[in-house]
Ligand binder design. Structure first.
Ligand SMILES: Nc1ncnc2c1ncn2[C@@H]1O[C@H](COP(=O)(O)OP(=O)(O)OP(=O)(O)O)[C@@H](O)[C@H]1O
Length: 724
């Protein structure tokens, strides 16, 4: 009864009265519990939060919060949904930065250089399941074992224990085939795997049956008994937290009370923790409404005193307090800092193996990834840049002379491209107006004789020149078809001149002569121009597609946070993604080149090594750009939009489908700065001119690509670091 009375009195006492309260609790045999909960010194506290504040934009989620998790204790963090528990845990593990205040975890601030937090000292189970669905239970534990630096044997021993203890299904069961509760247990297993000194568990018992819940709590109680392990755990089952050594009751971003569960209950004459918590909430609401502010926002907006004069941001029992303690200064020398940022190859290897295992589990998707560029480039080679086929052309031939030249000219026309329909004048023109024909080819009735006259007479009249010409009327609404018709007619006439006019042929030839080209072929087509740029842009965009969602999905599923807390740095994540995607794009590029060079017989005069390096570098640019999107954007839809949004503008102004020389200034300056403009030009120069790196147009393409790679990778690492 005395203890009860003491508790009631202390409902209005400030945290500074804690020692006095402990004295009074002695009579109720509570002192041992409370003393065990008191912070005897900084090094004896596993976690210490002082005046911690954290906001999401304008929403203040944690306000001047003080919390202490003593070493070797279980701390039950309780509170209604949305009160800021998960946010606080994220601040403690260092995945969220605090706006104000001070946190130490196992003696130092989280993410302090050389301190193993994040790292193997902490076992973190986020609220999300944070598991790879394509993994088996065994893959999952082996992956986290690798990151924590456990040997294979150590991982196997722990795995056997955890499978048995957590009542998990067969080790080779796929995570995606497990029930919600089973997945949660696997997630808990991953947090317990390396026997960490500090366990941070965000609702580990949700969806777990009561028997197993009791078993989990029993395990936690046992491991803290050694005094070396501390636990902070959130739960919605308030009553199960009675097994904790200390509970913190949180509401609206600050602690209403902190102390041993029995003390909290006694203080409120409650028989259950839930009842005590309700009473605390009610009194907090009453005070809030007396002050004329809403219970939700009041405590956060006004961190001044309750009616009793107590600072409401301090817990009622107040195991820890803010103001009086001196905050130590932490510093690390540059060598430790340098070692801290230097990537660990073990982590990179673990992440790469993870990606490979996931790929292996999705063979269909992997094959599709390998074949997609080949399919795309094949479609381009087959469908873009070739000559139109089966174009209908009306022919009006009034040249009736025997062995007429008009028939000869027509016989040289390419029949696969043009289909000739012989018609009278009026029908032909009606047909072209109705859209039935793309052109009308007309010969006058004296075509043969006038053409002969043009060749043999020194001076001929305009009428003879006109009558000895082939007349063509075109539908120019489709430029490509019109250009093809013009080209085919010129070729047919040239062939006619060379083959039918014998020694007089030079007289009828056009006075413009195209000699053997210096580079390329006389009959080069548009496909030849478009292929190098298309190869680069396909490689770039597939790489963007492969990576743009990688961090977005992993962040959403809590995997990014979990890996980060396990000690993986942003740089290591970035490098691991880059290296594993490099494998995919290397296979894609090999298949792509095989098809272009061997199947579609695209000309190549240059070094295959340079071609491969340039395409791989473009792939790396795509991966790096994808990583920027992935680091900066939180949801799939926006990430997809960002990736798709730049697709067309980049394709159009990079000079891939139409020469960059057609782009007006000042847009051309932008075009030249883009990753693919100079690179496409460099690839064309290598393939069609056989140039090497000594030529400016070639090395410039490599330099710009490398510049973009570096920029994107640094940007992605910085964004990821700022956001974790
Ligand atoms: N990324 C975010 N951006 C903006 N607001 C957020 C974000 N994450 C959480 N919040 C808001 O912060 C508040 C606290 O959220 P938090 O997840 O910390 O609560 P919680 O106590 O863990 O809730 P629960 O018990 O339901 O998990 C909520 O109002 C939530 O809407």
């Amino acid at each position: 009864m005395a203890a009860e009375a003491a508790g009631q009195d202390d409902a209005t006492a400030g945290p500074a009265d804690i020692t006095e309260m402990a004295e009074r609790l002695k009579e109720g045999n509570m002192k041992a519990d409370l003393e065990a909960s008191l912070p005897a010194g900084q090094e004896e506290n596993a976690i210490q939060c002082r005046d911690v504040c954290r906001s999401y934009g304008k929403l203040k989620v944690i306000s001047n919060l003080n919390l202490t998790v003593p070493q070797g204790h279980i701390y039950g963090l309780l509170g209604p949904s949305g009160c800021g528990k998960t946010t606080l845990l994220k601040c403690i593990v260092g995945t969220l930065k605090i706006s104000r205040g001070h946190i130490t975890v196992l003696g130092k601030p989280p993410a302090f250089p050389g301190h193993n937090v994040p790292g193997r000292m902490v076992g973190y189970m986020p609220q999300e399941l944070a598991l790879y669905n394509e993994f088996t239970i065994s893959d999952t534990l082996i992956f986290f074992g690798r990151i924590h630096g456990l040997t294979y044997k150590e991982t196997q021993t722990r795995m056997d224990f955890l499978v048995d203890f957590l009542d998990l299904p067969q080790k080779n069961s796929l995570v995606r085939n497990l029930s919600g509760g089973q997945r949660r247990r696997v997630s808990l297993g991953a947090a317990l795997l390396q026997n960490p000194e500090l366990l941070i568990l965000d609702e580990p018992t949700v969806g777990v049956d009561p028997v197993l819940r009791a078993k989990i709590w029993q395990h936690l109680v046992e491991i803290v008994k050694t005094g070396k392990v501390s636990v902070i755990i959130t739960t919605h089952y308030i009553e199960e937290a009675r097994q904790a050594n200390v509970v913190g009751l949180m509401r609206n971003g600050h602690l209403l009370a902190e102390g041993p569960p029995e003390v909290v209950m006694k203080q409120h004459s409650a028989t259950t923790l839930e009842r005590a918590f309700l009473q605390l909430c009610e009194s907090s609401d009453q005070i809030g409404s007396k002050r004329g502010s809403s219970p939700q926002t009041g405590p956060l907006e006004n961190s001044q005193s309750f009616e009793s004069g107590r600072d409401e941001t301090k817990p009622i029992l107040g195991v820890g307090s803010g103001g009086a303690e001196e905050i130590p200064k932490y510093s690390a020398d540059w060598k430790v800092r340098a070692r801290h940022v230097w990537p660990k190859w073990g982590n990179i290897a673990a992440l790469m193996i993870k990606t490979m295992v996931r790929m292996k589990r999705m063979p269909g998707s992997l094959c599709f990834q390998f074949l997609l560029p080949v399919i795309q480039v094949s479609l381009i080679c087959m469908c873009v840049g070739g000559d139109p086929k089966g174009i209908l052309v009306a022919v009006v031939n009034n040249d009736t002379s025997p062995s007429s030249y008009s028939q000869s000219v027509l016989s040289f026309l390419d029949n696969s491209s043009m289909y000739q329909v012989h018609l009278p004048h009026n029908d032909a023109f009606e047909g072209i107006r109705n859209g039935e024909y793309w052109g009308v080819i007309g010969f006058g009735k004296n075509f043969t004789s006038y053409l002969t006259k043009r060749m043999i007479q020194r001076q001929v009249s305009r009428e003879v020149v006109d009558g000895g010409s082939v007349h063509v009327w075109l539908d120019l609404t489709n430029r490509q078809i019109a250009v093809m018709l013009q080209k085919k007619l010129h070729e047919a006439f040239q062939a006619f001149v060379e083959n039918k006019l014998g020694s007089m042929s030079y007289l009828a030839a056009l006075p413009v002569k195209f000699e053997e080209p210096i580079y390329g072929e006389l009959n080069t087509d548009f496909t030849t121009f478009v292929t190098p740029g298309a190869v680069l842009s396909i490689t770039f965009y597939l790489a963007v597609g492969l990576t743009a969602l990688s961090f977005v999905l992993e962040r959403k599923e809590g995997l990014l946070d979990r890996c980060w807390v396990a000690g993986v740095s942003s740089l290591e994540m970035m490098l691991a993604h880059l290296l594993s995607q490099l494998f995919v794009i290397s296979v894609q590029i090999i298949l792509l080149l095989l098809f272009i060079l061997l199947v579609f017989k695209n000309p190549n005069e240059g070094s295959l090594v340079l071609i491969i390096i340039l395409i791989i570098l473009q792939g790396v640019t795509g991966i790096s750009f994808g990583l920027v999107i992935s680091s900066a954007i939180d949801d799939e839809q926006n990430a997809n939009q960002a990736a798709l949004g730049i697709f067309y503008p980049n394709l159009i102004i990079s000079g891939i489908i139409w020469p960059v020389e057609c782009i007006p200034y000042p847009l051309r300056y932008l075009s030249l700065a883009l990753p693919q403009t100079y690179a496409s030009e460099a690839l064309r120069c290598i393939m069609y001119r056989g140039w090497g790196l000594s030529q400016m147009m070639v090395w410039r393409g490599f330099a710009v690509t490398l510049g973009w790679n570096t920029f994107f990778l640094i940007l992605a690492t910085v964004i990821l670091k700022l956001r974790t």
